[in-house]
Design a protein around this ligand. Structure first.
Ligand code: GDP
Ligand code: MG
Length: 289
């Protein structure tokens, strides 16, 4: 029986189940049971790391180490969004909006990563002087999200104007990028991180680190050192900073990295959705006058 990591799709909490793939229906029972304290309703929705629904028939393909995000269509948070869609059909593509920017040294692949995620293509020669806004509409775990993304020019020196951009543009999320084949780009990223931390700009924002160009030869010893450092950043900031390596060229972990950051923001938004009081009728068409 494969050991599957199941993730609470409302707050990111992870648990594990040993799941008999020859009986896919038992997947829902195991998840409902393991999350009964937190989710409280019957689990019947599953999504992959990219936020894409996993059809019931594909549950039997899960293998050891698979990661599945689970939810319940009768949970009050999902009901909140489906009511929102019914009330505002014209608004149906943006239940939530996320504003994000990338930061990192020059030539680490910031533009290549943005272009790969937004257009699913690798372009090897971006204009280094451009600063581009991207707009994308995506569905993650059944929630329609509008993503506004700023591809910054990058930095030889730390640019203090970025601090005002982060605040002025109300950025929710920061994607910190370096090049795993170039140690000086890691030093640059550390400097950027330390400045953001000092200015209090990491507070209340979701942050991830992506080591790009993993399709090229690189040192695994350096990687484990960099991963350690990000763990320390997480501890100091008292929040989870995701660390992963990927490649804009081979399209490794790019979508997963963006979706992870967006999910963290969604989890923060879910906290502001009111829990219905027991006995409350959440059918919006009826009103007791
Ligand atoms: N091998 C490899 N090259 C990459 C990758 N991402 C970007 N590059 C190359 O790195 C250079 C700088 O990329 P660019 O996106 O302009 O970097 P930026 O200055 O951070 O925006 C370009 O020559 C890209 O072709 C990758 O994942 N793998
Ligand atoms: Mg660029």
């Amino acid at each position: 029986m494969p050991r599957v990591t199941v993730v609470n799709g409302y707050n990111g909490q992870e648990k594990h189940i040993d799941y008999d793939t020859s009986r896919p229906k038992t997947f829902w029972n195991s998840c409902t049971e393991i999350f009964s304290e937190d989710i409280k309703t019957t689990i019947n929705l599953a999504y992959d790391e990219r936020g894409v629904p996993i059809p019931m028939a594909d549950l039997s393909d899960l293998v050891d180490g698979s990661k599945v995000y689970v939810k319940s269509s009768s949970h009050y948070i999902d009901k909140h969004y489906s009511r929102q869609n019914q009330r505002n059909p014209e608004n149906k593509f943006c239940n939530e909006s996320v504003r994000m920017l990338n930061l990192g040294g020059i030539k680490v692949g910031k533009s290549a990563i943005a272009f790969r995620y937004m257009n699913d293509m690798f372009i090897s020669d971006h204009d280094a002087t451009l600063e581009d806004w991207y707009l994308n509409r995506i569905s993650i775990d059944g929630i329609k999200v509008q993503l506004r993304f700023l591809d910054t020019r990058g930095m030889e020196e730390y640019r203090s104007d970025l601090e005002s951009i982060i605040e002025r543009e109300n950025m929710d999320s920061i994607l910190l990028i370096y090049d795993v084949t170039d140690n000086t780009s890691w030093d640059k990223l550390e400097e950027i991180h330390n400045n953001l931390q000092k200015e209090g700009l990491l507070h209340d924002r979701t942050v991830s680190v992506l080591g790009n160009k993993c399709d090229l030869p690189h040192s695994s010893m350096e990687l484990s050192h960099q991963k350690e450092s990000v763990n320390v950043w997480s501890e100091n900031a008292d929040t989870d900073i995701d660390f992963r390596v990927g490649s804009a060229k081979s399209n490794h972990q790019i979508q997963e990295c963006f979706v992870h950051l967006i999910r963290q923001k969604l989890y923060m938004d879910y906290e502001s959705i009111e829990t219905p009081v027991p006995g409350y009728c959440d059918c919006y068409q009826c009103a007791i006058l």
